[in-house]
Design a protein around this ligand. Structure first.
Ligand code: BTN
Length: 250
């Protein structure tokens, strides 16, 4: 760690001992909030991951949710999953003091030495394009590597196991909140393009053949890019395919 983190102005901070899920807590308190709020819990009893899976987060790992009230429609606001992934990457580099080994996996996992270090889950309220709140749920294996491995998925790793860096969740959150606020300011002032460019610079397996699975459909192709809408773009036998949502397998 090279320098301390200053909590960003305008963002609230709540630290809970225990909760069902910080995403559930976010949904409960959002109607009473007047601005962005970070919620962190030392223990989640019912943490969840993408595609209906559970998220196991032993004490010492980070479980946090950022609640935002974006003005944009959901399709644009959701691009903040890339903003959050970049902020996570910035934070991991800052607290571990090393930049090698980290990579971003579409849509928004952070990898370290080829294993899964962190995941992001977006949830929102509102009707149609009108967004109420947007929750960005973030789980990072700081200390402990959970045993659960998704079928065909990457092995989980922890920051401690891979780098020896020991950082408590509250301190990590301070760095993450500062990093997020910096990336959010870029997103607000310049749009998605600089975020997309920065994300691609750290993308895992770009140019390689990967598989995207959506329900029963499976698409294999060369990972060409992420487009301006955040879609995964694969060059397949049948041509260029833009995929809005899927689980990616290497
Ligand atoms: O990799 C994934 O599928 C996303 C995992 C997201 C886990 C975090 S932990 C904090 C927040 N609360 C939850 O219940 N889930 C997210």
């Amino acid at each position: 760690m090279t320098q301390g983190a200053i909590w960003p102005e305008g963002y609230g901070r709540r630290i809970l001992d225990q909760v069902d899920s910080t995403l559930d807590e976010a949904a409960r308190i959002a109607p009473a909030l007047t601005g962005p709020e970070w919620i962190m819990a030392h223990r989640q009893l019912a943490g969840r991951a993408r595609r209906g899976r559970g998220w196991v987060d032993p004490v010492g790992n980070l479980s946090a949710t950022l609640v935002l009230f974006p003005k944009e429609p959901l399709t644009v606001a959701s691009l903040r999953s890339f903003v959050a992934a970049l902020a996570l990457l910035d934070t991991c580099v800052a607290v571990s003091g090393r930049s090698d080994g980290f990579a971003l996996k579409w849509p928004n996992d952070v990898l370290l030495n080829g294993g899964k270090l962190a995941g992001i889950l977006l949830e929102s309220s509102g009707q149609g394009a009108r967004l109420g709140h947007l929750s960005i749920g973030i789980g990072v294996n700081l200390l402990t590597t959970p045993e659960a491995v998704e079928p065909g998925g990457l092995c989980p790793v922890s920051l401690f196991s891979e780098t020896g860096a020991q950082i408590d969740p509250e301190t990590f959150l301070d760095y993450l909140a500062a990093a997020y606020a910096r990336r959010e300011a870029t997103f607000i002032s310049q749009g998605f393009e600089p975020i997309r460019t920065a994300w691609l610079a750290s993308a895992a397996r770009i140019g390689e053949v990967i598989t995207a699975r959506t329900g029963t459909t499976q698409t294999q192709g060369r990972f060409e890019t992420v487009d301006s809408a955040g879609n995964l773009v694969l060059q397949c036998a049948q041509g260029r395919v833009a995929i809005p949502a899927a689980e990616v397998f290497f």
